[in-house]
Design a protein around this ligand. Sequence first.
Ligand SMILES: Nc1ncnc2c1ncn2[C@@H]1O[C@H](COP(=O)(O)OP(=O)(O)OP(=O)(O)O)[C@@H](O)[C@H]1O
Length: 308
Amino acid sequence: MDKVPVRVDGRFRLGDILGYGSYAVVYRAWNIILDDAVAVKLETIMHSSSVQHEYKILKHLEGGVGIPRALWFGRESTYYTLVLELLGPSLHNLFLAHNGKFSLETVANLGDQLLSHLKYIHSYGYVHGNIKPQNIVMGLGDLKHTAFIIDFGVAKEFWDTSTSVHIPFCQGRRLTGTPAFTSINNHLGSLTYMLIYFLQGSLPWLTSDEEKLSSSSILERKVNTTIEDLCRGIPVEFATMLIYTCSLAFSEDPDYSHLSSLLSALSTCMLDLDQPDAHITHSALSSNEPRVIEAVPPCPPLRRSSCV
Ligand SMILES: Nc1ncnc2c1ncn2[C@@H]1O[C@H](COP(=O)(O)OP(=O)(O)OP(=O)(O)O)[C@@H](O)[C@H]1O
């Protein structure tokens, strides 16, 4: 990385690193004029800029719950720079801090919030394209229970606003997103995988860090994993969600309220990620015990494990 500037746009003084991505490094920074903390994302200048693309989309989505505010975009020395509102820890980091499992209430609450954010993003004609634990962060202060979706670097318009037509289906395109969580047929599949991952503590196609699998090996493992195996021991609602999202046609509008009602039935309390996450307690289970998957409900032929 080239020498990192001390200040951006004369007013944002850079501090420690908050996180790394494949395109950019994100710093905590201080707005010396407003006396306010912000996040600054630096991307080395190349031909096209993913943070510029991200800025454009965030401005378009501005005001939505769970959408980070974009404060400034510009060039600073050899970097494209995006200044964002400062947010809290990612679900990836919180998951590690909670010993690799979240409670059912936490997962259902997160799922419900994220469904509503995805519905909002969808209503503006975009798909996020990279839903994974690193790209969901919690807010700070009064917003500490609000989940935010970050990193719109590979988000795409699926709706041609000039013609009001859904983009056509194309085969043979390179995979965008992250192989472990990506769901080729729809973005809701990635959300469902992520929720299952939080409950199960892993996914069958995830391996230890040492064993780096290629995208095609991950895909093969996904195709060979049945929904029964993936959802064993967790409430049947997650299998229902997966079957539903897998059955969606490329240009079909998802029924968000159906998915949300599945999760609301499981979410009876506030999300609390501050405390170490207690696993589902006996008392929580005894009154309104969620049904775990024993037999998977019928699903459309040939779709059973096609949600890759
Ligand atoms: N607004 C923010 N406030 C606090 N932390 C943030 C913020 N934006 C990003 N981060 C942290 O920085 C990390 C990397 O950010 P981001 O995912 O946007 O980078 P990227 O280069 O686009 O990543 P990717 O490789 O997934 O495309 C995040 O996982 C998060 O921990």
